[in-house]
Design a protein around this ligand. Structure first.
Ligand code: AKG
Ligand code: FE2
Length: 266
């Protein structure tokens, strides 16, 4: 297969994932969506990645992609600034220092297409998960996204709104704050009583710069945590993908997929 994401880049930053390659939303099943990833470093020509392998259609929209990355970077900086103030982070060792727009990082744009599903096969096409990065900017006009709020057993629908983008916190925010901030558990499912239609969405996934230590930042609000091993951001990404690509979820790996232990309703 041309442009296979598992062959083009170790951190799965570039290329196509067909339906059914990830662990699925239903017991013993696989996922029901295809994706195409486009790397920030390639779009912005960082780290010598400007000539990344890509099909002509991606090439054609390179200027649009560049403006889109700049737009999201501006929003990211504003959000990180606000969160840094709220967390009382000292200058120089904060979130902004690990999310510098012009420095290489494993950020991607992810295009998603969910496949239609017969009403008799109803299930979540996207297994419940948290996003592995810092922030997710999600763009869609179609419903289907659900979140599981902390201490709740019920999935809540997140309705898309005109001219709005949905922003999630991902695992890296939990790791950088020793769980003071939590990553948002979500999935994509058909609406009640309806079959799943073909659904399109796209996301910009903000991730901390390569080799960022995934441990709590220095703040009076962030609890101190004893850690046997501090992963770097690249290793965290590899670990999460290792679990996503499994055929079944093994005991003790819930946390990697969902960011939290034993939270999934049965
Ligand atoms: O399509 C959506 O609404 C959610 C996508 C998503 O969760 C993801 O790409 O990680
Ligand atoms: Fe997600």
């Amino acid at each position: 297969m041309a442009y296979d994401v598992d062959k083009l880049s170790e951190l799965k930053l570039n290329g196509y994932k067909p339906v059914g390659r990830n662990f699925g939303g239903l017991a013993g099943q696989k996922d029901g969506f295809e994706t195409y990833a486009i790397p920030k470093d390639g779009i912005m020509d960082l780290d010598g990645q400007g000539s990344f392998v890509r099909p002509p259609v991606v090439d054609k929209y390179m200027n649009t992609l560049k403006s889109f990355v700049r737009f999201v970077n501006t929003a990211t900086t504003a959000i990180m600034e606000r969160i840094s103030v709220s967390l009382e982070l000292p200058e120089g060792v904060g979130l902004l220092d690990y999310h510098r727009p012009n420095v290489p990082s494993p950020d991607i744009i992810r295009l998603l297409k969910y496949h239609a599903q017969d009403i008799r096969e109803r299930g979540a096409l996207h297994t419940p998960h948290t996003d592995l990065g810092s922030l997710t900017f999600l763009f869609t006009r179609q419903p289907g996204l659900q979140i599981l709020a902390p201490n709740s057993n019920e999935w809540t629908w997140v309705e898309p709104m005109e001219d709005c983008v949905i922003v999630n916190l991902g695992d890296m925010m939990a790791l950088l704050t020793n769980d003071y901030l939590r990553s948002c558990l979500h999935r994509v499912a058909p609406l009640p009583g309806q079959a799943m239609p073909t659904r399109y969405s796209f996301a910009y996934l903000v991730r901390a710069e390569n080799r960022t230590p995934m441990t709590g930042l220095n703040s009076p609000l962030i609890p101190v945590k004893e850690q046997e091993e501090v992963l770097t951001s690249d290793d965290w990404i590899k670990k999460k993908f290792g679990v996503l690509r499994l055929d079944s979820r093994k005991e003790g790996q819930d946390w990697v997929l969902t960011g939290q232990d034993k939270v999934l309703p049965v």
